[in-house]
Design a protein around this ligand. Sequence first.
Ligand SMILES: CC(=O)SCCNC(=O)CCNC(=O)[C@H](O)C(C)(C)COP(=O)(O)OP(=O)(O)OC[C@H]1O[C@@H](n2cnc3c(N)ncnc32)[C@H](O)[C@@H]1OP(=O)(O)O
Length: 207
Amino acid sequence: MKSLAVLGAGGHGGVVAEIAELNGWQVVFFDDCYPSQRSVHEQWPVLGDYKALCADIDKYSGCFVAIGNNKVRLEKLNGLSVLGARIPVLVHPNSVISKYSSIEDGSVVMANAVVNPFVQIGKGCIVNTAATIDHDCVISDGVHLSPGVHLAGAAQVGMHSWIGIGASVRHDVRLGDSVIVGAGAAVVKDIQDEQTVVGVPAKNIEN
Ligand SMILES: CC(=O)SCCNC(=O)CCNC(=O)[C@H](O)C(C)(C)COP(=O)(O)OP(=O)(O)OC[C@H]1O[C@@H](n2cnc3c(N)ncnc32)[C@H](O)[C@@H]1OP(=O)(O)O
């Protein structure tokens, strides 16, 4: 059986592990909290930290990074890639992915998500439960679309951006890099890099 080393033994890691198993992988975890706070994660063993994974990379048929923080996830993914790890794309069997879309290594698509034709999804992205991405959207590396996010046609999402649960983005709108969209927001115009927006219509958060 092909073996998958998953970095990140948290809640997100558990969801990733189950999707991997549904695709025929046998999962073990690595986590920087090993061994003090993590030597098992639910029913999966935790075998070491990131350094240990780097040292043992040849032992595994594949590696996957299941860390929620977008920047850290992408950084670790690139690190493993440079070391020669094979990084798969993980797709839940109950998601719908157009054959005309593309998804790069280290991204995961969860249950009930829909990816329509001519969508491009970069490296290390999370398309979470029941998110939908409509035609011609471009999703850069390290993006997280939370559960129930809806992107209308030709929306663009910049690197490291995080769209919160249940938010919607109007067609043709462009979100810059490292943008955060709050839960339940409706984004109806372009958002510049590093902005956090909330509400309907979405506006800059007042902290
Ligand atoms: C499987 C999974 O679990 S995936 C993860 C899913 N999780 C999410 O989608 C979470 C998305 N995160 C959010 O919506 C957050 O609230 C953020 C990032 C927008 C803001 O977080 P913080 O910076 O910590 O802001 P904080 O909670 O202090 O709130 C600041 C103000 O904004 C308001 N606010 C926060 N979030 C929202 C929102 N989504 N919509 C409207 N107003 C909001 C607060 O009520 C508060 O207003 P007040 O000062 O008048 O009381």
